[in-house]
Write a protein that binds this ligand. Structure first.
Ligand code: CTP
Ligand code: CA
Length: 225
C-alpha cells in the first residue's frame, strides 16, 4: 500500500540507500565494474517510500527508472559514492542501507588518452577504494546502519564477520553462488543477521524481500527508540 509521505510507519524518517555497481575508469573509454543490476536497492527505496520515509537513493549506473517520490543522486565511482552518501547523511539520516556493489579497487591512475595495445601482456596497478558503509557506521551518532554481504562460500561466517568489523546493526547475506538468485537476477533469498538474532526471507521477488527487510528494520528502529 502506497503511503502519501506524512503517514505510514516510517513517516518523518529519513532513509539513505546505496544501489547498483560503481565504475572505476581505466582510460576515457574503459572501466572496471560488476554485474550488479541495482534492483535490490531500488526495491528497498520503493519499500521505504511506501512506509512513508523520505528516501535518498545514491545510485551507480543502472538501467532502472527512479521510483516516484524517491530522490535519486547518481554516482560513477566508489569515491563519488562515499562523497555523495556522506553529504546525504549529513542532511539527516535515520537509516542507512548499503546495497551497492562497490568496486573494492580502482586503477591507480586514469590514462588521459585511450591506452594502445603495445605488448603481449599488460598489468594494471590497482589501489583500494574507500568503504562507504564502514565510514558511515564509524561516525559519532551513526544512523541505523544496514549492510549487505554477497558471498559465494561460508556465507554466515563472512556475514557475521562484516557485521562486527563494520559495526553494523544488521547485515543482509545472500549466497550469490545459487543460480537465478541475487546478483543481476529478479529474485533473491537472504538471511539477515543482527547481534542477537537472525531471520531468513525468500526465495521471493526482490520487491517482496524488500518489504520484509523494511518491516524488520522498522521493528528494530522502534525497539531502539
Ligand atoms: N561496501 C561499501 N563500500 C565499499 C565496499 C563495500 O559501502 N568500498 C558495502 C557494500 O555496499 C555492502 C557491504 O559493504 O553493504 C559489504 O560489501 P562486500 O563487498 O560484501 O564486503 P567487503 O567489505 O568489500 O569485503 P569483500 O569484498 O572482501 O568480501
Ligand atoms: Ca567488496
Amino acid at each position: 500500500i502506497e503511503q502519501s509521505g506524512d503517514t505510514g510507519p516510517l513517516a518523518g524518517r529519513r532513509v539513505v540507500i546505496t544501489a547498483g555497481p560503481t565504475r572505476e575508469p581505466i582510460d576515457p573509454v574503459r572501466y572496471i565494474s560488476n554485474h550488479s543490476s541495482g534492483k535490490m536497492g531500488y526495491a528497498l527505496a520503493e519499500a521505504a517510500r511506501d512506509a512513508g520515509a523520505d528516501v535518498v537513493l545514491v545510485s551507480g549506473p543502472v538501467n532502472l527508472t527512479a521510483p516516484a517520490g524517491v530522490e535519486v543522486r547518481t554516482v560513477e565511482t566508489a569515491e563519488d559514492m562515499l562523497r555523495v552518501s556522506s553529504s546525504a547523511v549529513d542532511e539527516g539520516c535515520d537509516v542507512f542501507i548499503a546495497s551497492a556493489a562497490v568496486a573494492d579497487y580502482r586503477p591507480e591512475t586514469c590514462a588521459g588518452d585511450k591506452i594502445k595495445k603495445t605488448s603481449q601482456e599488460m598489468a594494471l596497478p590497482l589501489v583500494r577504494n574507500p568503504d562507504t558503509l564502514a565510514t558511515i557506521a564509524a561516525r559519532d551518532n551513526p544512523p541505523f546502519t544496514v549492510g549487505f554481504a554477497a558471498e559465494t562460500a561460508d556465507v554466515e561466517k563472512y556475514a557475521l564477520d562484516k557485521l562486527q568489523r563494520k559495526k553494523l546493526r544488521m547485515i543482509v547475506a545472500n549466497d550469490v553462488s545459487v543460480p537465478g538468485l541475487g546478483f543481476n537476477s529478479e529474485n533473491n533469498a537472504v538471511t539477515v543477521f543482527w547481534p542477537e538474532g537472525r531471520e531468513s526471507f525468500g526465495p521471493d521477488s526482490k520487491r517482496q524481500i524488500a518489504g520484509h527487510l523494511m518491516a524488520l528494520i522498522r521493528n528494530h528502529l522502534e525497539a531502539a527508540g
